[in-house]
Design a protein around this ligand. Structure first.
Ligand code: FA5
Length: 369
């Protein structure tokens, strides 16, 4: 037997050395190859060199493969032993190479962390910026909470609408001059970007019937020239209440309660006539200017009133077209511009700040969150 001093105790290589073949030439050759390879693997320091050794032993044209091919040179009665031995060599070298690879990796990591500058865990943290909720989202959520408290559910509708829901079903037929009240983005597929949230009224009545109390907040789009109070993409919230005996008093009560909650004070409101084909009568609800208390100032254009919510009693044709009997049910609807409400609540000088998403601008309004 050959003495192999460096072979580990737990290695199966010792088992190999116990083999005796009739072909001494082969067994001696195997043993001396192991004697060379084993210390070579143990002492390799470069990952690349280890990979080369791996290929030379276990690769497609490696040593183990050539050992397999030599089985024909072995006496038939010894072939089983020989095959077993070649398998053992294969498994042992596979494990040995894997272990060495792992220890090289650990050595490299240790070297890397020793070279890296030490981290002082006691150093104070640098300035980190905390995210916050967009003012528009805050106001929209506030609106939802207030109306939920009054028994309203939240509905929605698609931003890409059909002519039918955006106009026809709201009593605005083709060629009706009211179509020009809202400059529309028409799409190539014949649809349009909804110009208001009022289509949600129709969709909600069709879906849920009467009685009904819903609000529908969402994005709306108009092909308008932009200025400090006009955006082409802005948010509205539609409100709708349909039931027996609903009157203008219910409308005033709900909107007055809503505004009182939003501005956290008793609000003085008034209704002026307003024209919208889907309500009859139609109104503009104004509230008394909070800056001057109604005596007139720059904010309210010296009128003492600020225009806020277009609204009215749902037109009987709209109820009819949506499948509700207007002799049995009546209702009110309103369409509030949320983006304008955000401006007022946060004292925002320009509506375009809302969509521009410039943190330097938006940060000014975080203190309200
Ligand atoms: C409407 O859109 C109606 N659908 C509202 C309505 C609903 C009336 C139900 C009756 C019953 P109007 O075009 O006035 O109405 O728009 C409603 C609100 O949206 C305005 O008061 C304003 O606050 C806001 N708004 C309108 N255009 C713009 C714009 N370009 N940028 C920002 N806000 C706008």
């Amino acid at each position: 037997m050959i003495e192999v001093p460096k072979i580990r105790n737990d290695s199966c290589f010792s088992f190999i050395f116990a083999f005796k073949f009739n072909s001494d030439m082969i067994s001696d050759e195997i043993k001396s190859r192991i004697e060379v390879l084993y210390p070579q693997i143990q002492s390799v320091t470069e990952e690349k060199n280890l990979r080369d050794i791996h290929v030379s032993i276990l690769g497609r044209n490696g040593w183990v493969k050539s050992l397999m091919e030599r089985i024909k040179e072995i006496e038939p009665q010894e072939r089983k032993n020989y095959g077993q031995m070649v398998n053992t060599i294969k498994n042992d070298f596979t494990n040995l190479l894997k272990e060495r690879e792992q220890s090289l990796l650990e050595e490299a990591l240790l070297k890397e962390s020793a070279a890296a500058p030490a981290i002082d865990l006691m150093l104070p943290m640098g300035q980190t910026s905390k995210g916050s909720i967009h003012p528009l989202t805050t106001v929209e959520q506030e609106i939802i909470n207030i109306f939920r408290g009054m028994g309203f559910s939240v509905a929605s509708g698609p931003e890409m609408e059909t002519d039918y829901y955006n106009f026809e079903a709201l009593n605005i037929p083709q060629d009706h001059p009211a179509r020009d009240m809202q400059d529309t983005f028409w799409l190539e597929n014949g649809r349009l970007l909804r110009t208001h949230t009022s289509p949600c009224q129709v969709r909600a009545i069709e879906k849920f019937g009467a009685p009904l109390r819903v609000i529908a907040p969402g994005r709306t789009f108009r092909n308008e020239s932009l200025d400090a109070s006009h955006e082409n993409t802005f948010h509205q919230v539609e409100g709708l209440m349909v039931d027996k005996n609903i009157s203008v008093s219910n409308l005033i009560y709900v909107l007055k309660t809503f505004l009182g909650e939003v501005f956290q004070r008793e609000m003085t409101v008034r209704l002026r006539p307003g024209y919208f084909p889907f309500v009859e009568p139609g109104f503009e609800l104004d509230f008394q200017c909070m800056i001057c208390g109604g005596s007139g100032c720059r904010t309210c254009g010296h009128t003492g009133w600020i225009e806020l919510v277009p609204c009215g009693m749902v037109h009987r044709r709209v109820l009819e077209m949506s499948g509700v009997d207007p002799d049995e049910y009546t209702g009110f609807a309103f369409g509030l511009g949320i983006s304008r409400l955000v401006m007022m609540k946060y004292n925002m000088p320009d509506i375009r700040i809302i969509n521009r998403a410039d943190l330097r601008e938006l940060k000014q309004f975080n203190s309200y969150l």
